[in-house]
Write a protein that binds this ligand. Structure first.
Ligand code: ADP
Ligand code: MG
Length: 318
């Protein structure tokens, strides 16, 4: 049976003129700007569980996943639309007021305006469809397709925390009561991810990424997207992966590394840069993890000098 990524490739081949395939579609706006637009869907019991989270967190995350795609293009967010299919029991509760409160707090932080949406009834599960748009200087959107052999590979933040947080939720842990700071960070990475818009704005002002994507499917899968669309390969040094010490403390070094390589939903930025253009003093919070190679489509991971095949838990719907 065809997988999710093959399906998208087929759709692109049959029905699109080329817009499909990056984190956002890029549409010319005026002489100064292009407009970028992204759509994401969150389905109850597939993408979130009501018993593990709060309405405010779901509202936040619904927007955060879209803002992360705008960040991946180097765009400034402007507007969003929100469509909801709501089961009767959710409609009858205070869920939606709390959901919108969580959504609006994040929207307000980045000046995102809610410009529309739709409401429908759902037989049993809540479904959220989030669309967001923003502006990027004309012709300057960071695409997945610009990586060149010799470019260095960088990531923002830390990797694997969201997958670790999900594992802790599956094990019955939660934010209520006494939770250590490290465990709280892991749980919040999963429940309330923060889009890397500030890092994206910095990279846009420096103008240095040759390719960029946000890590929603896991480092290994998303790096593969950059390599396939750029016609290059990559070699990653596992010892350079930025991992929260709390992840190692809770799960051990080996599983923490697996989460960092294969776990999804970190919503950090993964990008490539011609090292000659990278500030020599470095950028705080940004780690160099490897290099782009000319071996088309080959993504290699070296841990302690040995090549490994990463465990790919990064979420796929099909
Ligand atoms: P992301 O993880 O960045 O949100 P996806 O893996 O969801 O990206 O999607 C990859 C690309 O495929 C995007 O350009 C997206 O717009 C497109 N896409 C996803 N699903 C569909 C669909 N059902 N029809 C058309 N395009 C789609
Ligand atoms: Mg994306």
């Amino acid at each position: 049976m065809r997988g999710e990524f093959d399906f998208i490739k087929q759709i692109r081949g049959r029905y699109s003129l080329g817009e499909i395939g990056d984190d956002c579609a890029v549409i010319p706006k005026n002489s100064e700007y292009d407009q970028v637009i992204t759509a994401d869907m969150l389905v109850e019991d597939v993408d979130f569980r009501l018993k593990w989270t709060t309405p405010e967190f779901i509202g936040h995350k619904s927007l955060a996943v879209s803002l992360s795609d705008l960040a991946a293009m180097g765009a400034e967010p402007k507007w969003a639309m929100l469509s909801l299919a709501v089961p009767e029991k959710v409609w009858a509760s205070d869920f939606l007021d709390r959901f919108y409160a969580g959504w609006q707090t994040l929207a307000g932080e980045f000046g995102v305006e809610l410009i529309g949406g739709d409401v429908s009834r759902s037989p049993d599960r809540l479904i959220i469809d989030s669309i967001a748009g923003g502006d990027v200087p004309r012709g300057k959107a960071f695409m997945r397709s610009g990586a060149k052999p010799g470019d260095a590979v960088f990531v923002t933040g830390t990797l694997g925390s969201a997958a670790g947080g999900l594992k802790l939720l599956e094990l019955g842990e939660h934010l209520k009561g006494e939770v250590g700071d490290g465990t709280r960070r892991l749980l919040l990475s999963q429940l309330k991810p923060f889009p890397a818009l500030r890092e994206s704005a910095l990279l846009r002002s420096l103008g240095i990424p040759t390719a960029m994507i946000d890590i929603s499917d896991g480092l290994a899968a998303d790096l593969r997207h950059i390599c396939e669309q750029s016609g290059v390969g990559a070699r990653i040094d596992c010892d350079l992966l930025p991992i929260d010490p709390a992840l190692t403390e809770r799960f051990g070094a080996e599983q923490a590394r697996e989460f960092a390589l294969g776990g999804g939903e970190d919503f950090e930025l993964l990008f490539t840069v011609d090292e000659k253009t990278f500030p020599s003093e470095g950028i705080p919070g940004i780690a160099r993890i490897g290099i782009i190679t000319p071996k088309i489509g080959e993504v290699e991971f070296f841990c302690d000098g040995t090549a490994i095949i990463p465990w790919l838990s990064g979420f796929r719907h099909f």
